[in-house]
Design a protein. Structure first.
Length: 186
């Protein structure tokens, strides 16, 4: 083991070249080829793709894409000397996102004040809050854009979500006429 360490000491990625080897595949169907690899004792990756833990390479956006593709994004720990809060924030962003759907979004009640909504957005670092009533029924979305443009009303204003089965063209027309930024799935 020590011999190996002495051999690779001082080497960079450019010093290694992995040449393709001959292999026999019964079929070239991607569904039959297994690329899974063990990353650690308890972690197996479906696709052996791992992004570097460098501040210019892996942030939350890259880690999310890596996870969706079956790989792993290692988030850098050297944000600011001794401060891990920003790294924790990046990990929280990744953990909250699953296939582009956030299973537990930040919510606010329809009767909440606009100041409370803005405070929640700033504290959580999100740009959109889901407005739900007491029985968790969707009432609408509140975005930072809505909050900036709504300076006259102190209460959160909601509209009804589009009816189930609304055609896309009518939904697009509604969205463009109301300057909606996001859609929601009910």
């Amino acid at each position: 083991m020590i011999d190996l360490l002495q051999t690779v000491r001082g080497c960079t990625f450019d010093d290694f070249l992995f040449t393709p080897q001959f292999s026999v595949l019964e079929r070239r169907d991607p569904k039959t080829i297994d690329l899974s690899s063990r990353f650690s004792e308890h972690l197996t990756l479906k696709h052996p793709i791992v992004s570097a833990n460098m501040d210019t390479i892996t942030r939350s956006a890259m880690a999310i894409v890596q996870a969706e593709e079956g790989g792993l994004g290692i988030i850098d720990r050297g944000f600011r000397g001794g401060d891990i809060a920003s790294q924790v924030r990046e990990v929280e962003i990744v953990k909250r996102t699953q296939h582009g759907v956030i299973p537990d979004p930040y919510t606010i009640a329809p009767d909440a004040s606009l100041a409370d909504a803005i405070k929640t957005m700033e504290k959580s670092g999100v740009g959109t809050l889901v407005v739900v009533d007491g029985s968790h029924k969707l009432k609408g979305l509140l975005t930072t854009r809505d909050a900036r443009s709504t300076v006259t009303s102190p209460k959160v204003v909601t509209g009804s979500p589009p009816a189930v089965g609304t055609r896309r063209d009518r939904a697009r027309m509604r969205a463009s006429s109301s300057s909606a930024e996001n859609g929601f799935v009910t």
